[in-house]
Design a protein around this ligand. Structure first.
Ligand code: GTP
Ligand code: SPV
Ligand code: MN
Length: 598
């Protein structure tokens, strides 16, 4: 328990509103984790996996309607609609609180209300933030144990008056006396789900979903949507970025942060094993970066999380051996398939589904013409289990970033890699990043291209125009030479017959090597209208067995294709509205002028 008056009052008022059977304060201990998992096993919600193959690991199946983030039920309820901006859903905060209070009234009947004190970032670090999540879902508690730093120590740091971000969550399914979930994942129907943020109050209210990004409120809700607002106000950055270190054969280490939209390769890049001899990559984080200036004027990044909530399908010993080792024990699997010997299986795991009965993510015997695992099936695993975790991954000071990478799934037009000309041109490039939509959000049409500035479209807690202006302002906050250089990458370019032109995964180290050597002023580049591309002989392709024609295609900048991009870039900027920075329209015009020459 706590001596913090405001915290106590808030917990009491939530308990009075939600009417749980009891209130339980989480201590973050192993014993607590085991007890909650045992409870969920008993209730038929958790399945213990084969202890020989996957020690202390469990499978959960969500309701078929509750498998991903719901962007059309996610709200930025700032006082004014303009503040949220045209890229966010908005409801007047007074009205939204009224609606949601109605839903919260009595919503925890028959359940335990868990109070989870958690720290985003190492406990007590100057860059860390404390949140308190109240939830009626034990699934959320055990996931928070892995994804954040939970426990009584957090309350000690909070003391009697410390600042915390209140995060209220309910699955939205009260139980009648004597009723139980009966093995069913509790959640509310779509039109009752609300993932709400009150940025001025630094407050989060989530109702009706038990899925990761909607329910583990430290992650997208706190560490991105609310933190992005704090970062704007306080002059730092909260981003949807992985952080990695890369060490050259000469022993020089640099740090890179990269933003790709959901399910577009952050986890894979963060853990890659280089295919080029002598180079080493280590992981600091795979999804979120918080960055502040150090006293030397450089940007230092921390990973505010403590675990990985990664996409399972496509993860194999071949594509990401470090992820496979990270999830070999103490892991929670959600919506993957279950084999007869209680092992997990998913599409792209690297081997055919074993003989015998397979239970699909719906809990039914697998119909082999349909996916066995949901395309957005996820694993939750402690970051410390990653064999490639950097020894400094919990350093409270953070690590100094030398380069930012931005990318997405672009089957055509966008080359494998290019360097931008300046900070302003880099911000322009990141602001116009497009990507084919994936299964990570429920309500988007997979396969269509949408522009997703900085991979933050679903995660920016305020007006996108102001967000872009905030990024632009960094060149006047320090010497521009001290800021990371900005690159665009695209692992997803395809041939006319729909095959990947680039092998990706470990071979992405070849691109990282070029970037590393550019940062050292060594690697050759060729200027193009969109940026600086690798000179053919500057990209290390030794031992890579792909047709030479592929490389030509991967490094091609086509005038007609790029000119065809311009109107949709302009439409995208116009859609951001009156707060869209003029400097970025100016960059668009300069790009148009440069493209006239090819
Ligand atoms: P979130 O956790 O949703 O934020 O996603 P993420 O960006 O961490 O995505 P992740 O690394 O899990 O990538 C998911 C998908 O991208 C999987 O289907 C991978 O197989 C695919 N992928 C990742 N890297 C590459 C690559 O270099 N080439 C190709 N072709 N596919 C890749
Ligand atoms: C994403 O969708 O970008 C994720 C998973 O990283 S979730 O936590 O659900 O947002
Ligand atoms: Mn993500």
């Amino acid at each position: 328990m706590t001596k913090h008056k405001t915290l106590k009052q808030w917990v009491d008022s939530v308990a009075a509103l939600c009417a749980p059977d009891s209130v339980y304060w989480c201590d973050g201990s192993r014993e607590e984790y085991d007890r909650l998992v045992a409870l969920m096993k008993k209730e038929g919600i958790a399945t213990q996996l084969n202890p020989q193959k996957l020690p202390n690991s469990f499978l959960f199946r969500s309701d078929p309607s509750d498998v991903a983030r719901v962007e059309n039920r996610t709200y930025i309820a700032s006082t004014s609609k303009d503040e949220a901006g045209p890229t966010n859903n908005w409801i007047d905060p007074v009205e939204l609180k009224k609606t949601m209070s109605g839903l919260y009234a009595g919503c925890m009947k028959g359940r335990v209300m868990y109070v989870i004190p958690f720290s985003m970032g190492p406990i007590g670090s100057a860059i860390s933030k404390i949140g308190i999540e109240i939830t009626d879902s034990p699934y959320v508690v055990v996931n928070m144990h892995i994804m954040t730093r939970v426990g009584s120590k957090v309350l000690d740091v909070l003391g009697e008056t410390g600042e915390f971000i209140p995060c209220l969550h309910s699955v939205g399914k009260p139980l009648a006396a004597g009723e139980s979930d009966n093995g069913k994942w509790p959640c509310a129907p779509l039109d009752k789900k609300y993932i709400a943020h009150f940025p001025e109050e630094r407050l989060i209210w989530s109702y009706g979903s038990g899925y990761g990004g909607n329910a583990l409120l430290g992650k997208k809700c706190l560490a991105l949507r609310i933190a992005s607002v704090m970062a704007r106000d306080e002059g730092w950055l909260a981003e949807h970025m992985l952080i990695l270190s890369i060490t050259s054969p000469a022993g020089i280490k640099k740090y890179i942060a990269a933003a790709f939209p959901s399910a577009c390769g952050k986890t894979n890049l963060a853990m890659l094993i280089p295919t080029i001899p002598g180079w080493k990559v280590e992981c600091i984080g795979d999804d979120i970066a918080w960055m502040k200036f150090g006293s030397d004027g450089r940007l230092y990044a921390i990973n505010p999380e403590a675990g990985f909530f990664g996409v399972a399908p496509g993860t194999s010993t071949e594509s990401n051996p470090n992820a496979m080792k990270s999830i070999s024990k103490n892991t929670i699997f959600t919506n993957v398939a279950l084999t007869q010997d209680n092992d997990v299986w998913w599409e792209g795991i690297g081997y055919d589904a074993p003989e015998g009965k397979i239970i699909d993510w719906n809990g039914k015997e697998w119909d082999r013409t349909k996916p066995a695992a949901h395309p957005n099936a996820r694993f939750t695993a402690p970051a410390r289990q990653c064999p490639a975790i950097a020894p400094e991954w919990e350093d409270p000071k953070g690590v100094p970033i030398s380069a930012f990478l931005f990318g997405g799934r672009r089957p055509s037009t966008v080359p494998l890699v290019y360097e931008t000309f300046s900070w302003q041109h880099g911000v322009f490039t990141a602001a116009t990043i497009g990507s084919e939509v994936t299964a990570a959000a429920l309500d988007l049409k997979a396969g269509t291209v949408r522009r997703d500035p900085f991979a933050m479209l679903p995660f920016c807690g305020y007006n996108m125009g102001d967000y872009l202006a905030h990024w632009l302002s960094f060149s006047s906050r320090t010497d521009e030479a001290k800021l990371p250089k900005i690159y665009c990458v695209n692992w997803f370019r395809k041939s006319a017959d729909n095959k990947w032109l680039w092998p990706g995964f470990g071979d992405n180290s070849r691109v990282l090597k070029w970037i590393f050597e550019r940062l050292e002023g060594k690697a050759k580049g060729v200027e193009s209208p969109i940026g600086v591309l690798p000179a053919r002989d500057a990209l290390d392709l030794a031992g890579l067995a792909i047709p030479p024609g592929n490389i030509d295609e991967l490094l091609k900048v086509s005038g007609p294709e790029w000119r065809a991009e311009l109107p949709s870039m302009r439409d995208h900027f116009n859609a951001i509205g009156p707060r869209m920075p003029k400097a970025l329209y100016h960059e668009l015009q300069k790009l148009e002028e440069r493209l006239a020459s090819i």
